[in-house]
Design a protein around this ligand. Structure first.
Ligand code: 2AM
Length: 183
């Protein structure tokens, strides 16, 4: 049998601290219940910057090197709207406005990855926290809360598929440069 390299399913992401995670959970749980969907557990809340897919050890090392080259700046997100994607039947919570520093971070990361020969999912950055899948009643989310989320780092996470669902593990983090926080 041919040798198949071991791979890990990886993504760069914004990972909330306990306070932001709890605020997202409390502010959205009613809408999630009303959606009739399968809720994402709060410990899985995150905003994907770049999805890498299954990488072998060498590619994963290159992705870490790329991240270390990125000089992002601190910024804040104001999560304030619900959304629904009919194709995937997915409900999400995200910001109405994306600060330039957030867009730049995703773009710089993508460029640094490509420079190292990686070809991540080229979808443009659309910040969202996935709240529920298999949503059956998308029309009844109600009024969205406002959850401020100050960002000071981005992380590399691994997705592990379990029979019970996805489990995410943070593998490494890189700080965003201090300075004036862009809102
Ligand atoms: P989602 O929550 O909108 O499904 C880990 O899978 C993370 O990467 C999830 O946040 C997922 O987004 C995101 N992601 C982006 N592109 C993906 C892809 N092609 N396959 C799987 N996950 C993807």
């Amino acid at each position: 049998m041919a040798w198949v390299p071991e791979t890990e399913r990886l993504f760069f992401t914004l990972w909330p601290d306990a306070v932001v995670r709890q605020a997202i959970y409390e502010g959205t749980r009613q809408a999630v219940r009303a959606s009739g969907g399968k809720s994402v557990p709060p410990e899985n809340f995150h905003i994907t910057l770049v999805f890498l897919g299954n990488l072998d050890a060498a590619a994963a090392a290159a992705a870490r090197e790329a991240a270390a080259d990125v000089r992002g700046k601190v910024f804040s997100l104001a999560l304030d709207r619900f959304g629904f994607w009919p194709g995937s039947r997915l409900a999400w919570f995200g910001p109405s406005e994306v600060p330039e520093a957030g867009r730049m971070l995703a773009a710089m990361l993508m460029t640094a990855l490509r420079v190292r020969g990686l070809t991540p999912d080229a979808q443009s950055f659309f910040p969202h926290v996935t709240l529920a899948r298999k949503v059956s009643k998308p029309g009844v989310f109600g009024c969205a809360p406002m959850v401020p989320w100050p960002l000071e780092e981005f992380v590399l996470a691994r997705s592990i598929t379990r029979p019970s669902g996805s489990e995410y593990r943070v593998l490494a983090s890189w700080p965003l440069a201090a300075g004036q926080r862009e809102l």
